[in-house]
Write a protein that binds this ligand. Structure first.
Ligand SMILES: [Mg+2]
Ligand SMILES: [Zn+2]
Length: 245
């Protein structure tokens, strides 16, 4: 059962102490003690999911391209602050797409904004359980990922990792020997597309999840992603084609 009940929804309206701060530094000195307590020592760094569940079999060689995939609304259904592992549902064709990209030499890294943590909607423990389930469902279909990074913040935290900021991909590039200029992002939000362009790679936009709503914004703001795709499957095909595969 999900935790998105009314009690939890109320938490969204909790006054955010960081909104009163004006510091642009990485670690916000204004973080109030009670807030810090409620968020479990939340600093402004990105988080990396426990590597035990990701595939470490690929040895580091010369720098590889990566597919940076958004999680919610792109690889799995977006369930709005998903906190329960039993509600994880992988899109048809997602595992197959991941496999195809990996076989073609792409590292697959999930980069996901999880502001539900900062908003008090989900805990990091719940998120870890959801990620574990997500990775195991992919594995059941024979697909592995190389890494998973998440940002637990909201915009007001001024962190360096919330997409479209590049903190997570920069760190992944270092840890996985990735060439960002040859890499792609795939996601259902303008933030995902912008991340691709901010990192010097290409951003693909999918129409699953929030994609259709976001597409209107894209048109209004005359933003042209590298490609607009119906699903992650189409996006993977587009990436492979762009690489002559
Ligand atoms: Mg998304
Ligand atoms: Zn962040």
């Amino acid at each position: 059962m999900g935790k998105d009940n009314s009690a939890n929804h109320k938490k969204r309206n909790v006054k955010h102490p960081l909104k009163q701060c004006h510091s642009g530094e990485n670690r916000n000195p204004c973080l109030s003690l009670s807030y810090e307590k409620s968020r479990g020592n939340l600093d402004t760094g990105f988080r990396r999911y426990d590597k035990a569940d990701v595939d470490k079999s690929v040895k580091a060689g010369s720098s590889a391209p990566a597919g940076f995939l958004d999680r919610d609304g792109t690889v799995i259904f977006d369930k709005n602050y998903l906190s329960s592992p039993d509600r994880v549902k992988v899109y048809t064709g997602a595992a197959e797409s991941i496999n195809k990209l990996r076989k073609a030499g792409f590292k697959i890294i999930i980069v996901t904004n999880q502001s539900g943590i900062a908003r008090g909607m989900i805990t990091e423990k719940e998120l870890a359980a959801v990620n574990k389930r997500f990775i195991s469902l992919l594995k059941k279909q024979g697909a592995s990922i190389d890494g998973l990074y998440y940002c637990p913040h909201i915009d007001e935290d001024n962190c360096s990792c919330r997409k479209p900021k590049t903190g997570m991909v920069m760190r992944a590039a270092k840890e996985h020997n990735i060439d960002l200029s040859k890499s792609y992002t795939v996601g259902d939000h303008i933030r995902d597309y912008m991340l691709g362009s901010n990192m010097g790679g290409k951003g693909l936009f999918v129409l699953t999840g929030h994609g259709k709503g976001q597409q209107k914004k894209l048109k209004k703001e005359k933003i042209q992603p590298f490609a607009v795709c119906k699903t992650i499957k189409q996006a993977a095909e587009k990436i492979l084609k762009d690489n002559g595969k």
